[in-house]
Design a protein around this ligand. Structure first.
Ligand code: 5GP
Ligand code: ZN
Length: 116
């Protein structure tokens, strides 16, 4: 999609340092990090979110990227959190599938709604 920032990053139109890249995905640091490690794993092809018919090989690449990023960032053993906000009610602001990988500090517990 021509006006999608993550398409532009993934296809090289917006120069970005990648922590991981394969044929299906890239990983790069979030612009506004919420933890010492805050990396986004983004498919090269445009899918709106995880419920948009994502092929198995893309999901496998995302899992490979999680493993590589966690290892490179030194959080593989200490623990980290993977988040995919899906749709407006979940706070998704960039409508191109991405997984947040957060770690490097205590992240708290639970996944309660804001107004539980
Ligand atoms: P969402 O709220 O959609 O789950 O997360 C979108 C994330 O993308 C946010 O954490 C935001 O900081 C990040 N982001 C938005 N635009 C850019 C950008 O141009 N570059 C990078 N590296 N991150 C971005
Ligand atoms: Zn896109």
């Amino acid at each position: 999609m021509s006006d999608c920032i993550f398409c532009k990053i993934a296809n090289g139109e917006v120069p970005t340092d990648f922590l991981f890249e394969d044929g299906n995905v890239v990983a790069f640091r979030d612009l506004n990090p919420q933890a010492p490690t805050h990396v986004l794993i983004v498919p090269k092809a445009h899918y709106a979110n995880i419920a948009d018919g994502v092929p198995a090989e893309v999901l496998k690449s995302m899992a490979d990227a999680v493993e590589a990023v966690a290892e490179a960032e030194g959080v593989r053993d200490s623990g980290f959190r993977c988040i995919m906000n899906t749709g407006a009610a979940a706070g998704q602001t960039v409508m191109h599938l991405h997984m947040h990988v957060l770690g490097g500090a205590p992240l708290g517990e639970g996944l309660l709604p804001k107004e539980a």
